[in-house]
Design a protein around this ligand. Structure first.
Ligand SMILES: Cc1cc2nc3c(=O)[nH]c(=O)nc-3n(C[C@H](O)[C@H](O)[C@H](O)COP(=O)(O)OP(=O)(O)OC[C@H]3O[C@@H](n4cnc5c(N)ncnc54)[C@H](O)[C@@H]3O)c2cc1C
Length: 432
């Protein structure tokens, strides 16, 4: 935020400042310095680099921020969770923030619903920075419409056998384990009948079909398209009840909407600061370009969008702090829509006012602009997020006649069309 963020308490502001300082002084140094961020963007990172990063952030309590300390989390709230990923993106890059963010929403799911085996074997080492996770939700035939997933699991004695394909799985090349929702019952598109598993990355039958990291933004995670060919998964790796994963997934995505918008804003803030400084020192026709209002107004607009988006995000995080993981769906959707769009606008304006140099890798602005473009759909496309917003706005302001029909056939299968009443996941540990 530009200036003092009075929407945060002094303690929260200090948490953010000290986390940024810690990342700059202790984590993103030596082999993880700025040169390494360029390597990440060129997909030239190594597994050892990622493990070093995870150990460093794990040692400093930046993984699993909303998970109790008894399970190796930080035992803090959802607002501190958002501030943490903001700090990682601001001091480092989007992929680092993405893995740290996954440990917040995915970690919270494993903590709330995982068996003792899942907590001891996967959650704790993950939050200590000893293991790397991947989130394998998307399939070739189902992205936005998650409930149309075709990957399935069938019970075989005390095991489940998983068959199907998942794609665009960040960190698949480095992961020790994956979070994998699959269909175990019900019909195509049903919310019921989806189960959530933890699958070892080296399990027999789990193969790479294609490496997918050379996309527009979000590079450096060795993302892959995977085939599950009769992969055996023990019963103890089922997270939550069989067939009852949908509300867990929607709650997880609810938190992800907040963290993703927040880390996109952290990245775009970095771009804006670079651009504003550049315009002060770049002369055109013997005048600093900051003195051309066509330039400085872009800085003004960007700064205003940034601050507004942070405020919206803080409100959404506070809704979760008050109501738990599934609370504040409307506020989470609003911060996702407004935050991701604002982050792109800011990064794009930052590149624009820098001229050609802004398109080179001399500054990280070019990378951030590509990352922010990608952010407009990967955690839920803006168009889809607006579907949630319009529904929940109508529901909140409507009179008794409103029957919720805006969630109709057109949206069936989308992860956010769960009716509000009666389906909210109640996590056993939510009071901790
Ligand atoms: C860089 C990157 C990293 C990713 N990492 C992961 C990962 O780690 N794990 C994982 O599981 N997935 C990952 N994904 C996949 C991501 O979750 C999907 O891209 C996202 O869910 C959208 O699905 P889709 O791309 O199949 O788009 P589709 O569902 O095919 O939608 C295409 C477009 O159609 C429009 N649209 C769709 N539905 C509607 C609607 N109801 N109303 C109006 N418009 C609509 C939107 O414009 C949307 O962008 C990643 C993607 C990217 C780009």
């Amino acid at each position: 935020m530009i200036g003092v963020d009075t929407s945060l308490t002094e303690t929260e502001r200090k948490y953010l400042e000290s986390t940024v300082a810690m990342l700059q002084e202790e984590v993103l140094v030596d082999e993880l310095d700025e040169r390494h961020l360029r390597d990440l963007d060129r997909n030239e990172e190594t597994s050892e680099d990622w493990r070093t990063f995870m150990r460093r952030v794990g040692d400093r309590d930046l993984l699993g921020v909303p998970v109790p300390r008894a399970y190796d989390g930080a035992g803090l709230g959802f607002l501190e969770t958002a501030l943490t990923v903001q700090a990682v993106a601001y001091a480092g890059c989007i992929m680092q923030a993405c893995q740290v963010s996954m440990s917040q929403h995915g970690g919270r799911t494993l903590y709330s619903y995982g068996t003792d085996h899942v907590k001891e074997t996967y959650l704790r080492p993950w939050l200590r920075g000893e293991k790397i996770a991947a989130q394998a939700f998307t399939e070739p035939g189902s992205g936005t419409d998650l409930a149309h997933m075709q990957t399935k699991a069938e019970r075989n004695g005390d095991e489940w056998v998983v068959t199907g394909e998942k794609r665009f799985v960040d960190f698949a090349g480095y992961a020790d384990f994956m979070l994998v929702p699959v269909r175990t019952g019900g019909e195509d598109g049903d919310h019921e009948g989806i189960s959530y598993f933890v699958v070892d990355a080296d399990a027999d039958g789990l193969e790479t079909i294609e490496q997918q990291s050379s996309w527009h933004g979000y590079r450096g995670s060795d993302a892959r398209w995977l085939r599950f060919d009769d992969v055996a998964v023990p019963e103890t790796n089922l997270v939550g009840e069989e067939g009852a994963a949908w509300p867990m997934i929607t709650d997880e995505l609810n938190l992800e909407h907040i963290t993703m918008a927040r880390y996109c804003l952290g990245s775009s803030e970095q771009a804006l600061e670079i651009a504003a400084n550049y315009t002060l020192h770049r002369d055109v026709d013997e005048r600093s370009i900051s003195r051309y209002q066509a330039v400085s107004h872009q800085i003004a607009e960007s700064a205003t969008k940034l601050d507004a988006a942070y405020l919206l995000n803080t409100r959404a995080a506070r809704c979760l702090d008050e109501g738990g993981m599934g609370a504040g769906r409307l506020e989470s959707a609003m911060t996702s829509y407004f935050g991701n769009e604002a982050a792109f606008d800011i990064a794009d304006a930052s590149m624009q006012v820098m001229g050609a140099i802004g398109t080179t890798d001399k500054y990280p602005v070019e990378r951030i602009q590509r990352d922010m473009r990608t952010g407009r759909f990967l955690g839920g496309a803006t168009e889809v997020i607006k579907n949630i917003i319009q529904h929940d706005v109508y529901e909140r302001i409507a009179d008794d006649e409103f029957d919720g029909e805006l969630v109709g056939a057109e949206y069936e299968g989308l992860p956010w069309t769960t009716e509000l009443d009666g389906t909210k996941a109640v996590a056993p540990g939510d009071d901790d």
